[in-house]
Design a protein around this ligand. Structure first.
Ligand code: CA
Length: 517
């Protein structure tokens, strides 16, 4: 009898212990600037459903990545390590799936784990009890998914809706109710080529958006990295494949005529779109073709048009994300999960929405290094508060482990920010952040660089061309005025350089920039 009582007591303690552990839903979009969330900036789009997470939880205003590009950010999420430690420095690398990762440690902590949506790490997921991923980037219409046995299935519908459907289906039907869960829900929206859902395409195609102050910035005198980059909306954003203009409208205009590769690419994308949507897209974007044919715009006029069309498509993709966050929230409410579920909403990195005349990411400038982060933990986080402490994506894995009551392994380079979730005024974890971008010679030609971001100042080193940039983030939030030769700032610059050398040592990054001088 005594033994039976003992066994029951232990079982109860174990069950209670597990029951108290919160579920975690980690939602990540792809390439979403914080300016495309109205909780951060109301000028471009209203996102009431994403904003609800901020309203009922914490909005972080200084969350940054360590290498602003898709694959490496995802490897950092799994490992809590910077790229040089986890080996995934660029999108070309294959992530070593035999590594011990966050989901494996969460399983050890008693969690059931699942991943749906974009994966982008070349190797298949490990450490997940269930997964269903896009091959590569994933397509917006009737996308293919790779399922756990390695088969590929094509599903009818719009990618953002389908990822949400899959996540909800998993929670409804595949969950082990005796365990808490960790669910990764990774959208591929609003990544290039920005194909909106049929539901929003028309509504957004007539909207006009505010231009950023630096849309018409000049690259002259801004150094090699600015001169070499190919992420300019005017010169590098494709009228056909990115902005969906039928090449037929451009053939009689020598300055806009697309080359055969671009024409073929446009037709191959269109061919993959189901006939009904293709017809709708072609009809709506006919207007763009007509404007280009009739007005033959060049220079600033062309840039202004391209910017508006870019925003129409990009923000229509975000509108679908917001609608789906609403669906997910309703599901959590109606199934009684809201109360014990931590919802983390973020993007893999920031994104240029016309600042400096650019699209894409990669640069260490705040626009792409800074990333939205909203977290709701009912009855634990204070509702509607803002936290300005500097955090980095290496901190995500340690924080989730901490939430699960698990030990954070010493090889993880980040720090748990659970104390800030419990008290938004808790002290900052990092006096400064380290950054290192590697990928060059493929998309967008951004030179490799590393650097340090302190609260007020930022130092960037483009080491393959031996060029430095130094910004005062308080007086120059747009990072337009390189102070590297400013006599007035010499002392602080030297201090920051020393701190950068220390930070490289701290994170054990020994290459490839060599010794900094
Ligand atoms: Ca991305």
């Amino acid at each position: 009898m005594k033994l039976l009582f003992f066994v029951i007591s232990i079982a109860c303690i174990c069950y209670t212990g597990l029951a108290q552990k919160p579920n975690i839903i980690y939602i990540m979009t792809d390439d979403q600037s914080e300016n495309a969330i109205s909780a951060y900036n109301k000028t471009l789009i209203a996102t009431p459903n994403i904003d609800r997470i901020a309203k009922e939880g914490i909005r972080f205003t200084n969350f940054f990545v360590g290498n602003s590009i898709c694959g490496p950010v995802r490897a950092t999420l799994l490992t809590g390590q910077h790229s040089h430690k986890n080996g995934m420095k660029d999108n070309r690398t294959r992530f070593d799936s035999s590594k011990i990762t966050l989901p494996k440690l969460m399983q050890q902590a008693g969690y059931q784990t699942a991943h749906v949506g974009k994966w982008h790490l070349q190797s298949y997921p490990t450490g997940f009890d269930y997964w269903k991923i896009f091959p590569g980037q994933g397509f917006y219409y009737d996308p293919r998914f790779i399922v756990m046995n390695g088969d590929t299935v094509q599903q009818t519908g719009y990618a953002t809706d389908l990822v949400t459907d899959e996540a909800m289906l998993w929670m409804k039907e595949k969950r082990d109710l005796s365990k808490p869960f960790l669910l990764f829900m990774h959208y591929n929206a609003p990544h290039r080529n920005f194909f909106p859902s049929p539901k929003y395409i028309k509504q957004y195609s007539t909207k006009k958006f505010l231009e950023p102050a630096t849309l018409y910035s000049d690259t002259a005198g801004r150094g090699s990295a600015w001169r070499i980059q190919t992420m300019s909306i005017l010169y590098d954003m494709k009228l056909c494949s990115d902005l969906k203009v039928d090449p037929a409208y451009l053939m009689d205009n020598p300055s806009l005529r697309p080359d055969s590769a671009e024409i073929n690419y446009y037709h191959s994308i269109m061919q993959r779109i189901p006939e009904k949507q293709r017809k709708q897209i072609k009809e709506i974007y006919t207007e763009r073709g007509k404007i280009l044919q009739e007005q033959k715009p060049t220079g600033k006029k062309l840039l202004a048009l391209k910017y508006q069309w870019y925003m129409q498509d990009y923000l229509a993709c975000v509108a679908s994300v917001d609608e789906n966050i609403g669906r997910m929230s309703k599901f959590l409410d109606s199934s009684g999960l809201t109360k014990n579920t931590v919802v983390i909403y973020t993007s893999d990195q920031g994104f240029f929405l016309g600042e400096n005349g650019w699209f894409d990411k990669r640069f260490m400038y705040d626009v792409s290094m800074r990333t939205p982060l909203l977290i709701r933990w009912p009855q634990k986080t204070k509702a509607g508060v803002v936290a300005a402490q500097m955090l980095q994506n290496i901190d995500l894995a340690p924080t989730m482990l901490d939430l699960a009551g698990a030990v954070v392994p010493g090889w993880m380079q980040g720090v748990s920010f659970k104390p800030i979730l419990l008290n938004n005024k808790a002290p900052s974890l990092h006096p400064s952040l380290y950054y290192h971008y590697y990928e060059f010679g493929r998309d967008h030609s951004v030179l490799p660089h590393l650097g340090i971001r302190a609260k007020r100042y930022k130092l960037i080193y483009f080491y393959t061309v031996n060029e430095w940039q130094f910004y005062d983030l308080q007086n120059d939030t747009q990072e337009q005025n390189n102070l590297i030769h400013s006599k007035e700032h010499e002392a602080i610059l030297q201090r920051l350089k020393m701190e950068l050398i220390q930070l490289r040592k701290h994170y054990d990054d020994t290459g490839p920039a060599g010794e900094l001088k």
